[in-house]
Ligand binder design. Sequence first.
Ligand SMILES: [Fe+2]
Ligand SMILES: [Fe+2]
Length: 203
Amino acid sequence: MNKARKAEIARLIESGDWLHVAGSRRNIKEHDYYKVVSDLLGLDEVQQLKDFRHHIVTNRFQHSLNVSYYNYRLCRLLRLDAESAARAGLLHDLYDYDTKHYTSGVHSLRHSAYHPMVALERAEAIVPINDRERDMIVKHMWPVTPARPKYAETYVLTFVDKYCAVIEFLLPQPKRLRTWVKKRRSDRKERRREKALMRTISV
Ligand SMILES: [Fe+2]
Ligand SMILES: [Fe+2]
C-alpha cells in the first residue's frame, strides 16, 4: 500500500467512515458483519471502551472489535451462531475501569475471574443477551478460569480472544520483529565464524 493510500485510510478512520480490525486492511463497515453489530457500536458504553488501554498497545474498543469480527468469521465458517458470536465478542470485555487499577486485595476474586462478570452485568443492562452470548461473555477467560464453556461458540471465542491479544501486540511492531530476526541471524553467523576459526587454530 502506498503512502497516499495509507494517509487516506488514516483520514477515513479518524472521521469514523472506516472501521478496521488488526490483521486486515478492509473497511469492515462494508462487510456483512457490520450489520450484526452496528446497533451496539453506537452505544455510549461500547464507545467508552476507547478510553481504556488494553493489552499494552491497543484500546479496549479496538480489542473488542477485533475479537468480535474474527469470532463472527470463524463461527460462520464453522456453521455456528455467528451473530451471537459477533455480539458477545464486542461485549466480552465491557468493564469500565482501568485494569491496572484493579487490586485483588479489595475484591475476593482475581481480575481474570472478576471482569467477565462485570462485562456481563453491564451488557445485560443495555441490551437483551441470549444464553449463548451470556456463556461467551462470562466464560471467555477459560481455561484461566475453571468454568467450562457450554457452547461451541464459547470455545471459539476463548481461542479468538487469545489470538487477538497476540496479533495486537505483534502487528504494530513489524520493524522491531524484523530487527530481532536479523540480529538472531547475524549472531548465529558470528558464532559459526568463531567456531570455524577455533577449529583452524586447534589444527
Ligand atoms: Fe477479558
Ligand atoms: Fe478480551
